[in-house]
Design a protein around this ligand. Structure first.
Ligand SMILES: NC(=O)c1ccc[n+]([C@@H]2O[C@H](COP(=O)([O-])OP(=O)(O)OC[C@H]3O[C@@H](n4cnc5c(N)ncnc54)[C@H](OP(=O)(O)O)[C@@H]3O)[C@@H](O)[C@H]2O)c1
Length: 302
């Protein structure tokens, strides 16, 4: 069974890869066989970059990366002291604006503060997120709701605070940090995965709607990144990268202006190929890889 699955996976990945290069060829064709989606790059001239979840991990590294590329950066999260420390370290063109992404009033106040200092918000990176692992036998609806509130609801409140103005100005870029977990199901991720899959769908809808207003929409789907959020992951974390590498990928992506960036590709492309398989194949592969094929132990029940 395992050998058969791997063979089908390899063939599937090959078909996927060939069809991707083929569609790239068609899009590059001078007669435009397909109507390509426009690239809308983010640029420091359009206004400041507002990054949520900037007190640690990917968000903090991204603030540093964008700042080094000439952006004015606004750092948001709840931990005021960490934000102040990082903003002070970056110096000029950096501002700490604490806010809670689950609180509409807090986001509105933050947006007003940013506009009063920098006038325009040219780039928003909706990055704040939580990972609260639990399993079905100990299902926790409160943790589920909290995860959806922060990860998905936070992006929605940010979108409401900035997209209408970007549409009116006919410029700006909104980037959402999702996760490769959003491609398909993983053990312990019913809440986190649902929030990240929701973000991918949300970004696709916004891309279709907002490009008409010259507003860029993009998404990143990282694999494992070595941050405090990863500490609780109860299965192997292959190809884990550092937050600085994630930050370079995201900064490059928003400055290119395409739709999705996924990294590290040596891992996320394998995941994409697995999740493109029919479910009777992908579920056993994921179960084996994560170790959820082992017998239940008493400690599995809380
Ligand atoms: N690490 C990975 O392997 C990985 C992989 C794929 C995707 N991601 C995604 O990348 C993003 C950043 O995660 P990370 O790995 O860098 O984790 P992290 O270091 O734990 O950062 C999470 C950030 O979100 C902020 N945050 C949490 N709740 C918030 C709230 N209610 N309001 C405002 N800010 C809030 C935290 O700051 P405060 O606690 O101070 O508010 C912190 O700055 C998340 O969306 C995560 O899902 C991570």
């Amino acid at each position: 069974m395992a050998r058969g699955s791997i063979l089908i996976l390899v063939i599937w990945a090959f078909i996927l890869r060939v069809s991707m290069s083929h569609s790239r060829f068609l899009r590059a064709h001078p007669y435009g066989v397909f109507d390509d989606m426009p690239r809308i790059p983010a640029h420091p001239d359009n206004g400041a970059a507002w990054i949520t979840g900037a007190s640690s991990g990917i968000g903090a590294a991204l603030a540093g990366e964008l700042h080094s590329r000439g952006w004015s950066v606004v750092l948001s999260a709840r931990s005021e002291s960490s934000l102040n420390e990082l903003a002070a370290r970056l110096g000029d063109r950096a501002m700490a604006v604490p806010c809670d992404v689950t609180d509409k009033a807090s986001i509105a106040t933050a947006a007003a503060q940013i506009r009063s200092r920098f006038h325009r918000i040219g780039l928003v990176v909706s990055n704040a997120g939580v990972y609260e692992p639990f399993e079905g036998q100990n299902f926790d609806a409160d943790l589920f709701r909290k995860t959806i509130d922060v990860n998905l609801g936070g992006a929605a409140l940010l979108a409401e605070a900035v997209l209408p103005e970007m549409a009116r100005n006919k410029e700006g870029h909104f980037h959402i940090v999702s996760s490769a977990t959003g491609f398909g199901g993983m053990p312990t991720c019913s809440a986190y995965g649902a929030s990240k899959a929701g973000l991918i769908n949300m970004a696709e809808c916004l891309k279709l709607e907002m490009n008409r207003f010259n507003v860029g929409i993009s998404i990143s789907t990282p694999g494992f990144v070595d941050t405090p959020a990863q500490a609780d992951t109860p299965f192997p974390k292959p190809f884990m990268i550092q937050p600085s590498e994630a930050a370079i990928n995201i900064a490059n992506a928003v400055e290119r202006g395409g739709f999705e960036t996924t990294f590290p590709r040596r891992f996320t492309w394998i995941l994409k190929a697995i999740y493109a398989l029919p479910r009777p194949l992908y579920l056993p592969i994921v179960r084996r890889f994560t170790g959820w094929n082992k017998p239940v132990k008493p400690k599995d029940l809380a």
